[in-house]
Design a protein around this ligand. Structure first.
Ligand SMILES: [Zn+2]
Ligand SMILES: [Zn+2]
Ligand SMILES: [Zn+2]
Length: 335
């Protein structure tokens, strides 16, 4: 019989359809995508005119154009949001509300090498990427009209990737996105009831149960969420209660790099380069939440498509047991 599971933060329901259950190994892709774009704008050797980078690992936040860059940030050529004007506040027209598209949209090129995904980089290289995330996060925090910075990665066409070269996108938004609001509300409600942090409680419980754990190191835990919305969904959480992503110290940056790299490498090798997204959820720039939130990184493999049931009900059917996916990744050690 299938089972309905409720997410303890958002209260969203997920159907774990064990009748139709697929084995983790059934998600393994038969081939890796090998097509290489002929003119990649992010490959150093194909650049005609390198865009002025706002970050390289050697000259943090300075407008530098170091030809030996490893990580760098460039403005998006077709930005969804722009920094041109001052925000004018909410506009109201009858029942409709709008806001001008003020914000930041940057591309963080993760590496010079076109083929090297984050999971294939060295620990030191992943640390540089995280350092760049933090740099951009803090740089844009100074823009008083920005409410939130979403750091995210699309990998694979099915995950919305438009340029193959490994990169992250950063969106500085003039609002707090609704998925984050939903989690903030959930965290606050849970705290009102129990006086504790729901994510800290999840960490404690998952460490006792062990069956959904994918990986852990001293400072981070990676597990498959109980109400996983997709096969192999994985959450990376700092073990100590930490509301702000930007407050990571050096040893936490190292452990985050290790956890992220490890789980992405396991996904890549275990399932043969599946499409996925990942993104960071953290306390909004203007903290009205008294440090209640617990920042985290969510990896969402795009191995299932939504149908009318999901759209109409908001309830997702997941055909794989999160415990089996966790077990598969936990015990998978790439050569
Ligand atoms: Zn490239
Ligand atoms: Zn916590
Ligand atoms: Zn989240």
């Amino acid at each position: 019989m299938s089972e309905l599971r409720r997410d303890p933060v958002t209260n969203r329901w997920v159907v774990i359809a064990t009748e139709r259950a697929k084995r983790p190994v059934d998600f393994k892709r038969s081939f890796r995508s090998t097509a290489k774009e002929s003119d990649c704008p992010f490959c150093p050797e194909q650049e005609k005119e390198p865009p002025l980078a706002s970050f390289t690992e050697k000259g943090k936040s300075k407008a530098v154009d170091d030809p030996n860059w490893v990580v760098r940030v460039v403005p998006n050529l077709y930005p969804a949001l722009t920094l041109k004007e001052k925000i004018s506040g909410l506009n109201q027209a009858g029942p409709y509300t709008s806001l001008s598209g003020v914000g930041v949209h940057e591309v963080l090129v993760t590496n010079r090498d076109h083929e090297k995904e984050l999971g294939l980089l060295s620990q030191q290289e992943v640390c540089l990427v995280i350092e760049a995330y933090l740099d951009r996060y803090l740089t844009h925090k100074r823009n008083s009209f920005l409410e939130y910075m979403l750091i995210m990665v699309n990998h694979g066409r099915e995950a919305g990737m438009s340029k193959e070269h490994p990169h992250a996108q950063l969106f500085g938004l003039p609002l707090v996105p609704s998925n984050v609001v939903e989690e903030l509300i959930g965290v606050r409600k849970y705290h009102q009831k129990t006086k504790s942090c729901v994510y800290c409680d999840l960490i404690r419980y998952e460490k006792e149960q062990k069956e959904r754990i994918i990986y852990e190191n001293e400072r981070f835990l990676v597990f498959a969420p109980y109400a996983s919305r997709a096969p192999f969904e994985s959450w990376i959480l700092p073990k100590r209660h930490q509301p702000f992503f930007e407050s990571l110290d050096q040893s936490e940056q190292n452990d985050l790099a290790d956890a992220l790299k490890t789980v992405l490498f396991k996904l890549d090798e275990g399932l043969n380069d599946p499409p996925f997204n990942f993104y960071i959820h953290t306390t909004p720039y203007k903290d009205h939440y008294n440090g209640l939130f617990h920042w985290h990184l969510e990896i969402y493999p795009r191995l299932a498509t939504f149908g009318g049931f999901e759209l109409g009900s908001g309830v997702i059917i997941n055909t794989t047991l999160p415990e089996s996916c966790a077990e598969f990744l936990r015990n998978f050690f790439p050569k």
